[in-house]
Design a protein around this ligand. Structure first.
Ligand code: NI
Length: 185
């Protein structure tokens, strides 16, 4: 078990496009995945990308907890167990974009309202080198887009279109209640 430090916004590695993995089933990638899992568990999050622990390779891990997806997308939405995605490619399946709240282990303490495609297809490899080809909607699609952005050197604030909606976690609850009551200004 190795819990690595999570790099924070401003670190140049988070701005760097990550390298393609040549051999997903190698012991090197297995060790990287274990460090990513340990670091994510220690920090508490639903996803992590290899560059966040200082390794500039195209590897992400994410999960979509059932309780969270129901909260975001309503009853009937299905969670996704912990998933390894290597060398991912994302293709939007519709032009529809929705705003949703995101946080990031590399941007601690903040939350932002981020536009993302609502319906995507993602492809890549799993930890054994097998093909992944999945259609995703809603929060599942959001998590995948967020994590894969890390591999392009992009953090969620750069995807935001209205910086009034970048807020501290400690203020987020009152802020969202204000929004619902039409008092966002
Ligand atoms: Ni992140």
């Amino acid at each position: 078990m190795a819990v690595r430090d999570i790099l924070k916004m401003g670190n140049p590695l988070l701005r760097t496009a990550a390298a393609e993995v040549k051999n997903p089933a190698s012991s090197e990638i297995a060790a990287l995945l274990q460090d990513m899992r340990d670091s994510m568990a220690a920090a508490g999050g639903v996803g992590i990308a290899a560059p966040q622990i200082g390794i500039s390779k195209q590897v992400v891990i994410f999960e979509v907890p059932q309780a969270r997806v129901e909260k975001e997308d309503g009853d009937g939405a299905r969670g996704v167990p912990s998933t390894v995605l290597i060398n991912p490619k994302i293709e939007p399946l519709s032009d529809e974009i929705a705003l949703g709240w995101e946080g990031c282990l590399s941007v601690p303490g903040l939350r932002g309202l981020v536009p993302r495609y609502t319906h995507i297809r993602y492809r890549g490899l799993d930890a054994e080198g097998g093909a992944i080809d999945v259609e995703a909607k809603g929060f599942h699609a959001r998590v995948v887009q967020h994590e894969c952005d890390h591999l392009l050197g992009i953090l969620y604030p750069e995807r935001m279109t209205d910086m009034r909606f970048l807020v501290y976690e400690s203020e987020a609850k009152a802020f969202m209640e204000g929004l619902q009551q039409g008092r966002a200004e």
